[in-house]
Design a protein around this ligand. Structure first.
Ligand SMILES: Nc1ncnc2c1ncn2[C@@H]1O[C@H](COP(=O)(O)OP(=O)(O)OP(=O)(O)O)[C@@H](O)[C@H]1O
Length: 322
């Protein structure tokens, strides 16, 4: 098995737009810029690990060809969130001439929503002033955190979480290249824990590959400290049956023996409930309790007590409903 010293998310980052999985519509629209040789300012929004940076780099490679490294620069706005980063680094790059016969350069600004509103206002002016020599690709998780005048100057691309088929395709590709065998259940488990985030998926695969080159679902759940969906179903089932003692035992097992973090467990219960077919009133009550527990834990309440209280409330709601 090849060196665990290389991080697979980097090693297998697609170099071309064509090699990206999922995001087909976006990829198609981006390729049309390459064909036409023109590029507006772009705003990429969406959750983490779905290909925003990958698409920006691949687009630059295809757009500029051999001179891409001279004409493309990546900056992360969360390193320096204030106006100085715009005044210094961004302006400096934008004002200098493109190289190797290119008509403009491209600056990719990751986590643009980390910029303060003042810095965004300065960025807007820079985008206007240097539009001839520089195009911007801004990336963020939430477009609502980007000021309107910037949004209106950009073509907006909304990246979605990757679906199971896309995650599975890339995971299988990487596993084959690393000569790792994966069961179908392991692929399904990786897609479950990834929640649409390819970075999470590939890190889970690499984490399990440290143990063995034959990977099954149990190894994925264990190395990522995630409960199996069946374990969550059991826990919720015991609550719904009114078996508080049984539910408490299952909860203890997950928290203490399996080492699953309370926040993760809450998230998994929430995900399970949203996909279950069950009495709507009971589902509403459960989700309401989850919201409370989640808030209290985030405010610093004792997580184990909150988890016990949560299953107690589940049991009470189920009994009321019966
Ligand atoms: N659509 C995709 N196809 C194939 N691999 C992908 C895709 N999206 C992400 N990846 C893989 O996941 C890694 C992280 O993706 P990327 O850096 O593009 O995420 P991002 O959307 O920019 O996230 P962030 O908002 O956290 O910066 C990449 O290095 C690549 O290996």
């Amino acid at each position: 098995m090849e060196g665990n010293s290389t991080i697979w998310i980097e090693k297998y980052r697609p170099q071309t737009l064509e090699d990206m999985v999922g995001q087909e519509e976006i990829v198609e629209r981006l390729r049309s810029y390459v064909r036409s040789g023109s590029l507006p300012h772009l705003l990429f929004t969406g959750p983490a690990g779905v290909g925003k940076t990958t698409a920006a780099v691949a687009l630059a490679r295809e757009f500029f060809g051999e001179t891409w490294q001279m004409n493309f620069r990546e900056l992360n706005a969360s390193d320096e969130r204030g106006i100085d980063v715009v005044r210094n680094q961004i302006k400096q790059f934008a004002r200098t001439s493109p190289l190797g016969g290119a008509t403009f350069k491209v600056l990719f600004l990751d986590e643009a929503d980390a910029l303060t509103p003042d810095a965004q206002a300065a960025l807007r002016r820079t985008m206007e002033n240097y539009a001839q020599t520089c195009r911007f690709i801004l990336s963020c998780n939430y477009s609502s955190k980007i000021i309107d005048p910037i949004q209106s100057r950009c073509a907006i691309y909304r990246f979605k979480g990757l679906d199971e088929a896309a995650v599975a395709e890339q995971v299988r590709r990487v596993a084959a290249a690393e000569e790792i065998s994966l069961t179908d259940d392991a692929v399904h488990a990786i897609a479950y824990i990834a929640e649409g985030d390819m970075r999470k998926a590939l890190n889970a695969l690499q984490g399990a590959a440290i143990l063995s080159d034959r990977i099954d679902a149990r190894m994925i759940y264990e190395t990522t400290s995630t409960a199996k969906p069946e374990e969550i179903a059991d826990l919720l089932g015991l609550c719904t049956k009114g078996d508080f003692t049984g539910a408490q035992g299952a909860l203890r097992h997950l928290l203490r023996n399996r080492g699953i973090a309370p926040g993760e467990l809450i998230n998994q219960c929430f995900r399970a409930l949203t996909s279950y077919q069950m009495d709507t009133a009971l589902k509403v009550a459960y989700i309401d309790h989850i919201g409370e527990a989640d808030f209290r834990i985030s405010e610093g309440a004792d997580a184990e007590i909150q988890m016990d209280a949560l299953i107690a409330l589940f049991v009470l709601s189920a009994q009321k409903q019966a």
